[in-house]
Design a protein around this ligand. Structure first.
Ligand code: NAP
Length: 487
């Protein structure tokens, strides 16, 4: 099945921070792939902006290098790369300075969609919105894309929302969470709301528990100093993992419409219960006998006294009619056994067994894999083939999206490119609304404040393992266990 590509309207997209890591690794290669897919009209233009004093030719050469490094070899067509580079310009500006804004304004067209991608340090987001306004670049048709992190607590998120709101209407603000751009994450909504099959069972009566895992094999590496000020709770749980939880737990929106979807997600966040200390496990990776792959967290963070968690597991309750009695177990960490992200929904066992299978019952599990190998897998019980009586065995009904939807498995757009096209189309469904972000911080803040007040230290766990021992106990004591972390 080949996916349909619907071209977007002509646009001017200004990537501010265009020489940085995110722009070079994700945004610009993603835009090239959309160009290659035929989604960009001939009039679409991309302007890079940063402080570096570069000529347009020098910036284009930089983009060419980024494409060479970050686009699949099979998609590197010289003629298409040349055509893509022709769309690209560059203006030197300093968000905190006065130079360059006139040139930027002159380079923009008044009659096309205009979007500014804030790919600069989070400390510059508010100032950048002010500059765009001050220099007359924030027209009513303008959209801004704001990267993460959106604040580091409720107070800073509120302050940033207020600054942005002074210059842009909410419908112009696209707070990006790239997890929401993943094919499987959107498929969560399709599976739930486009099929009759699951929704009647989608509640505490039939679902035993939900596990959400985002495991990384790499450590904090070169980002250690930055990460140490944040930790897994702020970096992953407050945003990405809560968004995943919302898509599983939310009520059906009345329509697939940005505000209808976001209203329902907001209700879930507001229904989250405070998490008591015994339901939280924090960890820090340690590397014994110089483990392959690097040093321990304290070394990577450059802070021998750090109490920041590189791993967290939590048991979370959503207090509403649908979910009371069904815990959501979340875990995320660095330097774990493998890189994998998945949501596993474990159904309850049938109320009565008619089979004399000594091995007992095993539950149905619906696994939604985000990476690697995006897809959906439903574990069902069948009869073990062959003679010898009625023995049961669990088998997967497996759908890999790459095989099912792509010609060669590489046609699934990356989350960033999909989301940028949504910005151009003016569709905010997969972006976080200001009140959602604030509600997420309002739940997160007291959890962090409580462990800080107690002076808790994260538990050490071996690099390359599945995380701290106590995280296993978090499930064990409820008579459940984590799924194995593996690719
Ligand atoms: P980065 O590599 O440090 O790049 C920052 C960019 O901002 C550079 O192009 C830099 O270029 C420019 N810049 C810095 N100060 C500026 C100023 N005063 N005026 C104009 N431009 C300025 O950072 P990054 O990793 O790309 O991250 C960018 C944003 O994305 C951050 O908010 C980050 O939290 C977020 N993010 C990044 C990733 C990732 O994978 N990298 C993932 C999620 C979110 P000059 O020095 O030439 O000005």
């Amino acid at each position: 099945m080949v996916s349909r590509v619907i071209p977007v309207d002509p646009f001017d997209l200004v990537v501010i921070g265009a020489t940085g890591d995110l722009a070079q690794r994700k945004i610009l290669p993603g835009l090239y792939r959309r160009h290659l897919a035929g989604q960009m009209p001939p009039e679409a233009r991309i302007l890079g902006a940063a402080r570096s004093d570069l000529t347009e030719a020098a910036f284009r050469a930089m983009v060419a290098d980024a494409l060479a490094a970050h686009v699949d070899a099979a998609k590197q067509h010289p003629a298409e790369i040349a055509a893509f580079l022709k769309r690209i310009g560059y203006v030197a500006i300093d968000v905190s300075g006065a130079a360059g804004w006139g040139a930027l304004k002159a380079a923009l067209r008044p009659d096309v969609v205009r979007a500014f991608y804030f790919s600069v340090a989070p400390g510059l987001f508010g100032e950048l919105a002010e500059r765009l306004h001050e220099h007359g670049l924030a027209t009513p048709q303008t959209r801004i894309v704001v990267e993460k992190p959106f604040g580091r607590d409720l107070a800073s998120a509120r302050a940033l929302n207020a600054t942005l709101a002074a210059h842009f209407a909410e419908h112009q603000i696209y707070r990006i969470d790239h997890y929401l751009g993943k094919e499987t994450v959107q498929n969560l909504m399709a599976v739930r709301f486009a099929n009759i099959l699951f929704e009647p069972l989608w509640n505490a009566q039939y679902i035993d528990h939900v596990q959400i895992t985002v495991a990384e094999a790499v450590g904090v590496g070169g980002r250690g100093a930055y990460y140490d000020k944040s930790g897994a709770m702020r970096d992953m749980v407050q945003n990405h993992m809560l968004q995943l939880l919302c898509l599983i737990a939310m009520e059906p929106p009345w329509h697939f419409d940005p505000d209808a979807v976001r209203d329902e997600k907001l209700k879930v966040i507001r229904a989250l219960q405070p998490v008591p200390a015994p339901d939280i496990v924090r960890g820090q990776y340690v590397a014994r006998d110089p483990a392959p792959g690097g040093a321990g967290y304290l070394h990577d963070a450059g802070n021998p006294a750090s109490r920041t968690e590189s791993y967290i597991a939590l048991k979370v309750h959503v207090a509403n009619w649908r979910w009371t009695g069904t815990p959501f177990y979340l875990r995320t960490g660095k330097r774990l056994r493998a890189r994998t992200s998945e949501i596993a929904i474990t159904f309850k066992e049938p109320p009565h067994s008619i089979f004399d299978d000594a091995r007992g019952w095993r539950e149905n599990v619906l696994v939604i894999r985000l990476q690697p190998n995006e897809g959906i897998n439903l574990k069902v019980m069948i009869k073990e083939p062959g003679p010898g009586g009625m023995r049961l065995v669990q088998v997967p009904l497996d759908m890999s999206f790459a095989t099912a939807l792509g010609e060669d498995g590489t046609d699934i757009p990356d989350a960033y490119e999909r989301l940028i096209m949504d910005v151009i189309r003016g569709n905010q469904t997969l972006f976080m609304r200001g009140d959602e972000v604030e509600a997420a911080w309002a739940w997160t803040d007291p959890i962090i404040a409580a462990w800080e007040a107690r002076g808790d230290r994260p538990q050490p766990y071996d690099a390359g393992s599945s995380g701290p021992e106590d995280a296993l106990m978090l499930m064990h004591r409820d008579g459940r266990r984590w799924r194995e972390i593996r690719e």
